[in-house]
Design a protein around this ligand. Sequence first.
Ligand SMILES: [Zn+2]
Length: 87
Amino acid sequence: MSDRAQNSMDGRCGARTRAGGHCRRWPMTNGRCRFHGGCSTGPRTAEGLARIRAARTIHGAYSAEAVGLRRVVAELKRQTAKLAEIV
Ligand SMILES: [Zn+2]
């Protein structure tokens, strides 16, 4: 059964329902209604991505930048300890 192309359903969402019929709601621009539009496709703009990052970042202690900085500091500490042994 072609669920998108029934004459009486023209222009409607047409998603298959659990009752065995087709959804008769009016669709959004993506062709499905607000209940059957599918998952989010993620941020569309760099600004949107930045907004999500800011919202999800609590303290940034595990960011690549912070982890890299701790790595550098640890390496410097190791080298300092080695130098102290030699002197
Ligand atoms: Zn629908």
